[in-house]
Design a protein around this ligand. Sequence first.
Ligand code: NAD
Length: 260
Amino acid sequence: MLKGKNALVTGSTSGIGRGMALKLAEAGANIMLNGFGAAEEIADLRRHIETTYKVGVDYHGADLSRVADIEDMMKTAAAKFGLVDILINNAGIQHTAPTEAFPVDKWDAVIAINLSSAFHASRLAIPAMKAAGWGRIINTASVHGLVGSVHKVAYVAAKHGIVGMTKVVALELAGSGVTCNAIAPGWVATPLVQKQIDARAAAEGISVDEARKKLLGEKQPSMAFAETDQLGALAVFLSSPAADQITGITLPMDGGWTAQ
Ligand code: NAD
């Protein structure tokens, strides 16, 4: 369905971004990977996508907290593919602390990586998408783009920012063939969440399994994690012709979290 399209997925060496890259490749898109990780593991992922799905795969190691790196990544993707048809702004980090104790450097890093990087990649991708008359920008927001939680001041601010940015970009591009939407996962079983589960188990002196159940029980009525391939399938849907008239929305996949 996406044969011949080129997708750049930020933060795709792990977790949700990896799941999205795999599903987009399965649907036929060429993939530009981005994110940190061991060179060997990234090479394995590239090979896996290439051989399994027979699509083109490249990798750019841009540190998305650096504007110059993002500019280089977008230039490289354009040179390699000719055009980035599908841009998935997915990379993100988390830091938790009460607002009055929140480290200023962590605030700056969360805002840069979770919010500003999506602005920079989008502004650099839009001209070619508009000229082509087709494009998809999909931002990985979070339920924390819709509701708050304690000790996540930078993350919640960044994710609410992404939801707002999604609306503005969608309005500016309405009618151009380019859509912009956000996806709002609740808890997804990824390394980012595993760190929070491990920290909670250690802090409360409980097992990792108990910490996992407590985490889900507080927020996610389904009591189950969303899977990264389910989020990947959603990205494929939003990239499909069926979603031509879906723009400016933030779609939760949260087991009922934001229905409460
Ligand atoms: P993850 O830690 O598994 O993956 C994060 C990815 O971002 C990795 O590839 C990492 O290398 C990359 N990354 C981090 N900092 C970077 C930087 N400076 N430059 C380039 N790449 C960088 O996390 P995940 O859970 O897959 O999270 C992906 C996105 O989903 C994030 O935006 C996160 O906020 C969002 N999200 C996750 C959950 C969840 O439950 N896991 C829920 C809601 C939203």
